[in-house]
Design a binder for this molecule. Sequence first.
Ligand code: ATP
Ligand code: MG
Length: 561
Amino acid sequence: MADTDSRPSNFIRQIIDKDLASGKHSTVHTRFPPEPNGFLHIGHAKSIVLNFGIAEDYNGTCNLRFDDTNPLKEKVDYVNSIKQDVEWLGYQWEGEPRYSSNYFDQLHAYAVELIEKGLAYVDFSSQEEMREMRGTLKEPGKNSPYRDTSVEENLKHFADMTAGKYEEGKAALRAKIDMSSPFMCMRDPVIYRVRFAHHHQTGDKWCVYPMYDFTHCISDALEGITHSLCTLEFQDNRRLYDWVLDNISIDCHPQQIEFSRLNLQYTVMSKRIINTLVEEGKVTGWDDPRVASVAGLRRRGYTPESIREFCRRIGVTKMDNQVEMSMLEACIRDDLNENAPRAMAVMDPVKVVIENYPEDQTESLNAPNHPNKPEMGERDVTFSRELWIEREDFRESANKKFKRLVLDKEVRLRNAYVIRADRVEKDADGNITTIYCHYDADTLGKDPADGRKVKGVIHWVSAETAKDAEFRVYDRLFQVPNPAAEEDLFSTLNPESLVIKKGFVEANLANAKLGENFQFERLGYYCLDTDAEKEGRLIFNQTVGLRDSWAKIEQQQATES
Ligand code: ATP
Ligand code: MG
């Protein structure tokens, strides 16, 4: 948990501080209210970290409430995955998860109360007619011919609606507010509609369902929420939120506060769009590691800490903006650079044979799991006469900038010896198949005795013991920063968003577990993919590349030498 000094400060926390200081509230009670019509994405994580984070820092509580007023689009599968994701992000809701549908009886009673007060009426106009009467931003709306029906008649009509006497779309309950309001949401909004649909929580009990705007404020109030945090698109709806609570018999009146949504470049955030990507087979599922869903990020190797840190770094404001993907990547890199054990893998292998190393010999060398953290321990890596190195780490000839293996030159094998390349063998197409080398046995953990300098270091694995592995290397899913704004979304998909490579990993990684992160030295951060278990082979996802430091160091060295 964040210590006091590192607590974020933002306009919402300032409002809360004021409310506590003035005695308006003595505790803070927030909620996270997802609609269970899809899986959570990184945008939801922003809202989760905000709501649960505030509850945590102010010793308050945060509810998880499923906003389940539309039975047509919702599923229990989503409910379960949302719970799992919230817990994985490191948060615990107060008591049992809540459901707006828990309150259907009360909501119905409040609707009746509005009718009794002459503040709601049943409208039999068609949806088309209602749309026409609503007016536009420039023109006021027109009153419905049903607006002045008597209270008694409205009570009967609403009872009939509830009893299933009207078909879907034939009758709706509307709040009687103001057809000339500059806020469209105040022009007699529909608050109840007919839906003959089975509900995942209430079964077939209801054929009328309350609308979001009517449900949300009342659910907040029933739960004693103090600050109801939502995204900016609900700014206008705050009038309706307040109107409903002001006109029913309920004591609690939470304060709605809006903040800007998270938009992340080169990806999409809307559940609807992600669903289309999945349905059209553009990605393998909601948990495809290229998707910015919580499940996708988890599978990709993101840690809950890194996502929480990202949400803290982007902050909370009322300004709409696009966050660069590099912000998110920096958070996971910072985390893994500190915490991921190092390991060696070769993704594009070429064979090295060390001719002065005995054929039947292998030896076990110690390799630190982290260069700066001895407390993370050491592991054994096998050294043998035949090794794999990265194809791009060898050249037959190169200038001084190339600090890797070159014919007739030396390089250090990470955690092992200095080797010299003597000759190569090629196939019929001229591709190098084997690099023949010899090693200096007196260079393990020390510089050559005669004082000659060996600058480059490359990684390797023993051909004797290394395990076959598949590497899934990811890039941005889209080629444009704001794909959601494109007319033809699919045409901007990045065809190179997934590149599969086949190579080897050091034998220790045969025991890699789901959820473990590694830094493959000089390559990037990787984790085991969920397919590995299903398919019984080693498959690693690239979480994020290393900072470009290798390229930079090489450049620096080049200018220095
Ligand atoms: P989507 O458009 O992806 O379906 P939504 O807003 O309909 O998102 P809900 O399930 O209704 O999704 O959202 C639950 C909570 O998460 C709401 O309070 C909503 O404001 C918040 N939320 C959703 N998307 C974002 C986002 N991109 N940034 C910040 N908060 C978000
Ligand atoms: Mg929604």
